[in-house]
Ligand binder design. Sequence first.
Ligand code: MG
Length: 394
Amino acid sequence: MRSPPHVAALVVAAGRGLRAGGGIPKQYRLLAGRPLLSHAVGTFQHHDEVGTVLVVIGDGDDDLYREAVPDPAKMLPPVTGGAERQASVLAGLEALVEAAPDIVLVHDAARPFLSAALIGDAIAAVRNGVVAAVPGTPVVDTIKAVDAAGNVVATPDRAGLRAVQTPQAFVFPALLEAHRRAATTGVAGLTDDSSVMEWSGHAVTIFPGDAGNVKLTLPEDFDAAERRMWVAMNDVRVGQGYDVHAFTDGDHVWLGGVRIPHDRGVLAHSDGDVVLHAATDAILGALADGDIGTHFPPSDPQWRGASSDRFLAHAAGLLAARGGRLAMLDVTVVCEAPRVGPHREAMRERMAAILGVGTDRIAIKATTSEKMGFTGRREGLAALAVATVRLPGE
Ligand code: MG
């Protein structure tokens, strides 16, 4: 084995998983504002010891996948899985043959609380001649074996039992060979990959799992996970933004992503939407990540006349990439005209859609400056924004 070994992560997301509700496969249901699948994939992408990540998806889920995994870093193209988990994993392993990893970590997309530490433990566990290692936790409930009528037939000693999780770690060629042989022999219905290795005659070792690495199956699992994610984002930050544009000849202005008829236009490089510009700067400020000019230099011709949606969406993407969420965006527009009130709800809805949050997290307020100053003289308009964001705690 190379040192350090080439580690590939194979994320299984091919199930239909409709028991969780929401009308779409559970791996695409939103958790903390992001598709469930993106949580584990992101953790693998950001792990220094993982070189390659591949997701096995369900037939027809390509569009959902593209939305869930926008960052191509370390990603191989997704592979369509089979009718059963076992067939899906084999499809994924075959797609990794060319990359020829030393170690493969097989992980279920439904476990979003995967930690970097557990990935490190899984990789470390397959050193020194071990070909298969799976995370397991002690069983705290007494387990009963029952017959078809529900009668207890045995009570195994729980001291000798472990509940196993993923990621399960394997020497890649050994797992590939075992899966191929199981498929050609017609052995099916093995519910995890360590079972395939056991069937194949390989020794499987257990390393300590993580009690927090739970699998989400039912709607109530999602509710509990949502609360847990939100509580874990306990690094609360506030950023502010301010923007001004001068009026010029024209017949409309853009405010909050909404086109508002007016007897003036604004002088701007882009569409001159002061609300979206101030909001973008507020989020960038909360992330201490420069300002709108750093990310979209006015000297760059590609932003000429650009719709400001993309500036705000970019800031939202940076926040999501840090594992964070927007808690509140509060904007004040300062102008004598146009009147903002009639467009307030449309602006809130548009901005909520761009940011992927509920409208209850977007406030739009307006004031005049009592005919004083540049806004009072109707020379231009201004917007102030305050963004409150939550990031995962250290
Ligand atoms: Mg501006």
